[in-house]
Design a protein around this ligand. Structure first.
Ligand code: XMP
Length: 506
């Protein structure tokens, strides 16, 4: 495997994804906690960072102990750190070195740059520049503005690049990463979804033996794939619980239950809408609503799980981005929303946790799901928040409001599917706003509810842009909603990007 040392760059996870696209397994570790370099570690990549090596307390490592152990690739800050610690000189850049540049010099005889073309586009994003490289290093690529775009050690397996090969704007970045990972580090490219499934199912068999496992299904990709992996390992000893919190999409509960049954899973559906509505009565603050929904979920789930004899394990669909220890070099990061609605579950239930997806990124979970023959309808679903429509009804929640929003959402989502737009959108939904507006229907003035439609494109939900859906489509959906859903007389379309807005409205 490859170890990526994270110095806090926004692009660190992208490096990991690119390496994995080469079917090579890699892990991200904070620079301050370097794991032992045993035989399984074939190479190290040092990430970028928002910091400067000229800062007094810049993130630092004992480089001397690593050089010569395995091949090392420094990217951006990683390259500057290697240069700085080996006797090179780093100065603030005089010109902006941000954005696209083209290589004006490339030594394609160097192993790292094999098959990289002169003029190849690279993506720069740094405010320091490497003025002189250490002795015993040589420059292997330059751009018109940045002479030291790539350099390597003449005596040790150390390569450094100032630009970011992991972003798609570096047109041959993948070739560079392949050269490093496959040719220099000699990693075999055998980390495929099929192999992952075989290895994980066999590990799960060893880990779980004859134990009973309980798992909460949500209808989403992660919990479904996690359930199928565990199901392949232990069959009927896996007990799935699918709770209807009354905040799901229209018909979702029965539709999803049906598809799970088709997959051979042992699933119990629990209709608990009443309990959720009761706990939500009168609550208007988004965080209070999230907490109430999380609390009731745990209560219901716990009560159901207790009915199963001898349960030892709680299965969860936790994925890699949730467990990567984040490096915060600019002070502690703030919790923006309490997303992990059911974080308290394992402690309360006193169960051991089994998380077969905790090394995978979302797109990898889908690929594993395909390898397990899970229905595309489940694998291709848009993300849907745990608290469901509860955070799409702004203000307090009532059964009547849920019903209105379910109808609106149904028209919108079905419309996207009918027009072949569903897969072009990363996530879509409707918000019921806590205001009423004036309208006319026939000869009468109305004073009714307003709904907002939201459709975004995104890669991971961290940033997002609104989708430029065709006007004709929006017009048709708006007409259908106002004509068919009683109580709604106005539809608006959300054209904010994230940041500064968020995807959800609460
Ligand atoms: P925001 O609104 O923060 O949403 O831009 C980013 C992604 O997270 C989802 N989301 C949630 N998921 N519990 C969840 O499980 C929550 O409380 C929650 N809030 C937002 C949102 O749907 C989007 O995919």
């Amino acid at each position: 495997k490859i170890i990526i040392l994270d110095f806090g760059s926004q692009y660190t996870q992208l490096i990991a994804r690119r390496v994995r696209e080469l079917n090579v397994y890699c892990e991200i570790h904070p620079f301050s906690k370097i794991p032992e370099l045993d035989d399984s570690v074939k190479g190290l990549i040092l990430s970028g960072s928002p910091c400067s090596v000229r800062q007094e307390d810049h993130p630092d490592i004992n480089l001397g102990a690593l050089i010569g152990e395995v091949p090392i690739l420094g990217v951006c800050y990683g390259a500057q750190l290697i240069a700085h610690k080996s006797g090179g000189e780093i100065t603030p850049s005089k010109i902006r070195e941000y954005g696209r540049a083209n290589l004006s010099k490339v030594d394609s005889t160097n192993e790292l740059l094999k098959e990289v073309d002169l003029d190849s586009q690279v993506w720069m994003s740094h405010s320091d520049t490497i003025k002189s490289i250490p002795d015993n290093f040589e420059i292997i690529a330059s751009t018109p503005q940045v002479e030291v775009a790539a350099f390597h050690s003449k005596s040790h397996p150390v390569w450094c690049i100032q630009f970011h090969p992991e972003v798609t704007h570096s047109s041959q970045g993948k070739i560079i990463l392949r050269n490093f990972v496959v040719h220099i580090c000699r990693c075999s490219q055998d980390w495929t979804p099929d192999i992952f499934v075989d290895a994980t199912v066999s590990d799960l068999k060893d880990q779980l033996g004859d134990d009973q496992v309980v798992l909460g299904l949500s209808g989403g990709v992660d919990s479904s794939v996690a359930a199928m992996l565990i199901h392949h390992a232990i069959g009927k000893n896996l007990h799935c619980i699918f709770v209807d919190n009354g905040l799901l999409r229209k018909n979702e509960f029965s539709d999803v239950l049906k598809s799970y049954e088709g997959m051979g899973l042992n699933v119990k559906g629990v209709n608990a809408a009443k309990e959720f509505y009761k706990a939500l009565e009168g609550l208007t603050d988004p965080e209070d609503k999230r907490k109430a929904i999380g609390r009731v979920f745990i209560e219901i789930f716990d009560a159901e799980a207790k009915k199963i004899k001898n349960v030892k394990w709680l299965g969860q669909g936790t994925i890699y981005p949730d467990v990567i220890e984040s490096v915060s070099v600019n002070g502690p990061s703030v919790t923006i929303k309490s997303h992990h609605n059911v974080g308290g579950l394992p402690a309360k239930m006193n169960l051991k946790v089994v998380e077969p997806l905790n090394t995978l990124f979302k797109d990898e979970v889908r690929r594993v799901g395909r390898s397990l023959d899970i229905d595309e309808k489940i694998l291709g679903r848009h993300p849907f928040p745990g608290p469901g429509l509860g955070i799409r009804i702004l203000g307090d929640i009532t059964a009547e409001k849920v019903e209105i929003l379910q109808e609106v959402d149904h028209i919108f989502i079905n419309g996207l599917k009918d027009k072949g737009l569903y897969n072009d959108v990363w996530q879509a939904g409707a918000m019921l706003l806590p205001i009423q507006s004036v309208g006319v229907m026939g000869d009468e003035r109305t004073y009714e509810r307003v709904v907002a439609l939201r459709a975004v494109s995104s890669v991971d939900g961290m940033t997002a842009d609104w989708c430029h859906l065709p006007y004709d489509f929006l017009a048709d959906i708006s007409n259908q909603i106002i004509n068919k859903v009683k109580g709604v007389n106005r539809v608006v379309y959300d054209i904010s990007s994230k940041p500064p807005a968020t995807i959800e409205w609460e």
